[in-house]
Design a protein around this ligand. Sequence first.
Ligand SMILES: CC(C)(COP(=O)(O)OP(=O)(O)OC[C@H]1O[C@@H](n2cnc3c(N)ncnc32)[C@H](O)[C@@H]1OP(=O)(O)O)[C@@H](O)C(=O)NCCC(=O)NCCSC(=O)C[C@H](O)C(=O)O
Ligand SMILES: [Mg+2]
Length: 292
Amino acid sequence: MTDPMLRPRRSVLYMPGANERALEKAKTLPADALILDLEDSVAPDAKAEGRERVCEAVANGGYGKRELTIRVNGLGTQWHADDLRAVAKAGPDAVVVPKVNSATEVHAIERALEAAGAPDHTAIWAMVETPIAMLRAHEIAAASDRLTVFVMGTNDLAKELHAEHVPGRAPLLGGLSLALLAARATGKVILDGVYNDVKDLDGFAEECVQGRQFGFDGKTLIHPGQIGPCNEIFAPSEAAVAQSRKIIEAFEEAAAEGRGVVTVDGRMIENLHVDNARRILAVAAAIDELGS
Ligand SMILES: CC(C)(COP(=O)(O)OP(=O)(O)OC[C@H]1O[C@@H](n2cnc3c(N)ncnc32)[C@H](O)[C@@H]1OP(=O)(O)O)[C@@H](O)C(=O)NCCC(=O)NCCSC(=O)C[C@H](O)C(=O)O
Ligand SMILES: [Mg+2]
């Protein structure tokens, strides 16, 4: 794959790091990426055991092409430093750090990974999930090249805002937009937050469509049943791929005749639409490559 930023991250499944059955089951699930969690889903008494278990899972492998990440406990917790040291040794594709609130914190994480000898391929995925992180989203995203992905923490954000979870997510839209603006301005990938009602697949699909329309690259998930619909919704549709090919072809024909603008199906097409069509084809090709 040419561009690591184009790696498919439609479906990114969290699983409790202390749950051996889930860690094993994940090897067969069609998620693009996995987050082996040491934070919210692991009880304080099980943190040390969970840490050992997820690091062992990464070292043993068996997850195929799925991108493998570990979510550590947050800065300022009693587990953070030990988690980072263990993760640096295990060398997953990324370390997911919750509640990142400033560029200074990103630099501290970066230094800790370097000091612990983390391999270069272990990226930082920063969770943005507090009001201050929304207001500082750009400084956080721009703080490091090692930070490649923003992950929305919409449960924590709603909690901090004293907001209610409602269909359409009106109370969260300001924060989602700020994080998206920051991610796009700095060339980072950005993943939408989780949908808590694992039985409500209609509501889940609606939220996936909303996330895709907003511009998110994919969504974080909590249950295997959410993977299939999420993969489908975040992949370019056959119609979008066909339309992209048509746009590129029509524009190239026009350009050969010295024209910089053309219409396709009655709509104006300029260079920027062609760039977008090429991006859609590249995303579709990366998804095909993953499946092969
Ligand atoms: C939400 C769950 C607690 C539901 O669990 P359960 O009722 O046991 O589910 P099922 O009986 O339907 O499970 C069916 C089988 O699937 C396996 N399973 C379930 N979830 C996962 C998973 N996430 N990864 C892998 N495998 C999974 C079960 O083991 C069953 O397998 P089998 O027995 O072989 O049939 C549960 O789904 C769960 O724990 N989900 C993850 C919770 C989690 O990780 N939470 C933390 C991340 S979300 C977050 O932190 C939010 C963020 O920070 C924010 O602020 O927004
Ligand atoms: Mg959270």
